[in-house]
Design a protein around this ligand. Sequence first.
Ligand SMILES: *Cc1c(COP(=O)(O)O)cnc(C)c1O
Length: 397
Amino acid sequence: MPGFELFGDLERNEVNDVLDNGVLMRYGFDAMRKGHWKAKELEAQLSESFNVNYVQLVSSGTAAVSVALASAGIGAGDEVIMPSFTFVASFEAIMMLGATPILVDIDETLTLDPLAVKAAITSKTKAVMVVQMCGSMGHMDKLRDICNNHNLIFVEDACQAIGGTYNGQALGSIADVGCFSFDFVKTITCGEGGAIITNNKDYYLNADHYSDHGHDHVGQDRGAETHPFLGYNFRISELNAAVGLAQVKRLPEFISIQKKNYSILRASLAQIPEVTFRTVPEGGEESCAFLNFFLPSLDITRKVSESFKLNGIDACFHYYDNNWHYVRKWDHLKDLKSLFPISKEVKDGLSYLKTKTFEQSDDIIGRNLSCLVKLSWTEEEALTRAKKMAELIKTCI
Ligand SMILES: *Cc1c(COP(=O)(O)O)cnc(C)c1O
């Protein structure tokens, strides 16, 4: 992460191609667009790159999660199990549909602890959403088994792990339905954009219609299309899709740079006995968008985080003290500070957050640092950084 670091003529040419032609919308205007279909081309490319049957582009990763859940029929009264450590988008996307997010502990994979998932299942549970945080993945086999045994939909938010794999399969393509974000800080970017990927044709058709006001997309006259069910507008524009089209072609290059830089940092930190690394399930290969490691205690981790900041090691996150990624600081959710009234069902459904504690997650996130792996570093820069990080850690232990 992130693709915005490497930006150039490829992206410019794709965008100019759209501007020169003049159709900025992904649907309709068939005669005017003279064969320009950037969103459709990007969907085809993503389908090939991730070896998945269906791809629906949308306006953001948050929209992708919401549309994915809607497409699988999740809504009012349903509970969706999600991790305590993720981006706020996870519960936003669930609550937008009137469903209730059920937050559970993570383990050292930095996402769902399968035991915590099992313990949280009720008669209202409809889905389990794994969030592949910081370039890696959860225990996919165990989570899949739980979903199969309890007849639950398995959702995979792979917004932060594009390019990672599990047993050779692309992250995002393993669960029943997966989501990507192409916002400005993700590994490949559209500026703003997202995608739903799935091998389930019904989910795909639902996503295709739902994200465009319910349009069935049959025929060449938008005005004459029918609306088999209610929808919304989560469309991506041709301009955003054009940027993504250039970026997705560079994904293999981006991943190989990330892997190289990640390896340099990891090799240096691995020499410190007090440093341990996140668990990556057997068969898993990280996208290497981040290097995540653990220190012996919360105090030491805070000290190292401070020392990194003071000494020019930027983009290393201690999520324990972060407002956006960890339940500890989500008071707006716990206090239900909404601009508009929230249904009684969701209010009651979320009351558990007033008292529930996340000791296991607190311990793990308290000791974790997550360092962004940049694409723009030279080998020399990565080596210098790796050495400096190790030195700073040693002074804090
Ligand atoms: C970025 C992100 C999202 C949301 O994506 P946007 O495109 O910014 O809406 C959702 N989930 C995770 C894990 C993310 O990192």
